[in-house]
Design a protein around this ligand. Structure first.
Ligand code: ATP
Ligand code: MG
Length: 237
């Protein structure tokens, strides 16, 4: 279980995360919604130890406060950052190999290629010349190479063609079915409806709603205040 209690973070003196508390259980997919600038990526970075933060964060029996990000990764946290993070001059295959957990079988690479055939075709291509969508797939595939127990994915579908969004959605659903805890930062409401067990809504660095997507949909005022556009609707892109 990921347990977060009163997590706060600031850039310079500007508070960006304010006393955020949340939990994600193994096999649960929790989506984080919110407007641009509401603090969602900062939440992901704070959980990964990439920005200084105060408060308590634990994963399984481990207290994470103060641990460096590579240490958190070793404890089972996987991260798909907002800015895709492939090594540009290295091939797709090399990038994926670097993501492999120590001692993990290379069979994981084959699984990634099954999941994302486009990456298989490009396996010898330097990551830097991939399209934006291919780089996003690579970033997700690389996180999967670490066999995370908790995956924090920051808008992994942003800018992807609808067929690829479907593929990523299936990959995330597959992880959940394997018992992985997933924290998904996402703007695509159809995907959130289809996938999320629970939805957190962030407004100015605070969690202003924690419940089901359907319950959020019923809160028109909250949606209007803290989400762009109209309230969540089933089937809305
Ligand atoms: N490195 C930084 N230095 C200073 N301010 C920052 C930095 N990164 C983010 N911010 C500010 O912190 C606030 C929250 O940013 P964050 O990236 O967490 O938002 P977000 O919800 O992920 O939004 P989006 O992804 O749509 O930009 C914003 O006001 C942003 O301008
Ligand atoms: Mg962001």
């Amino acid at each position: 279980m990921l347990k977060v209690l009163s997590l706060s973070a600031a850039y310079d003196a500007q508070a960006v995360l304010r006393q955020v508390s949340l939990q994600v259980a193994p096999g649960e997919l929790v989506a984080v919604l919110g407007r641009n600038g509401s603090g969602r990526s900062t939440l992901a970075k704070a959980l990964m130890g990439l920005v200084p933060a105060t408060g308590q964060v634990s994963w399984q029996q481990h207290e994470l406060a103060g641990l460096a990000s590579h240490h958190r990764a070793r404890l089972g946290l996987g991260y798909v950052p907002e800015s895709r993070d492939a090594f540009a001059s290295l091939s797709v295959h090399h990038n994926l190999s670097l993501g492999l957990k120590a001692g993990a079988s290379e069979a994981l690479l084959a699984q990634a290629y099954d999941l994302f055939p486009a990456l298989k075709k490009r396996q010898h291509t330097p990551a830097g010349v991939l399209s934006g969508g291919e780089q996003q797939m690579l970033s997700l595939a690389r996180a999967l190479m670490g066999q995370p127990g908790l995956l924090i994915a920051d808008e992994p579908c942003e800018g992807l063609a609808p067929q690829l969004v479907e593929v990523v959605g299936q990959a995330l659903a597959g992880l959940r079915a394997q018992g992985v805890a997933v924290l998904l930062i996402e703007q695509k409401l159809t995907l959130v409806h289809a996938l999320a067990d629970r939805v957190l809504l962030m407004g100015r660095g605070e969690i202003v709603f924690d419940g089901s997507a359907a319950a959020l949909q019923a809160q028109a005022q909250l949606c209007q205040q803290w989400l762009d556009g109209p309230a969540l609707k089933q089937g809305q892109p």
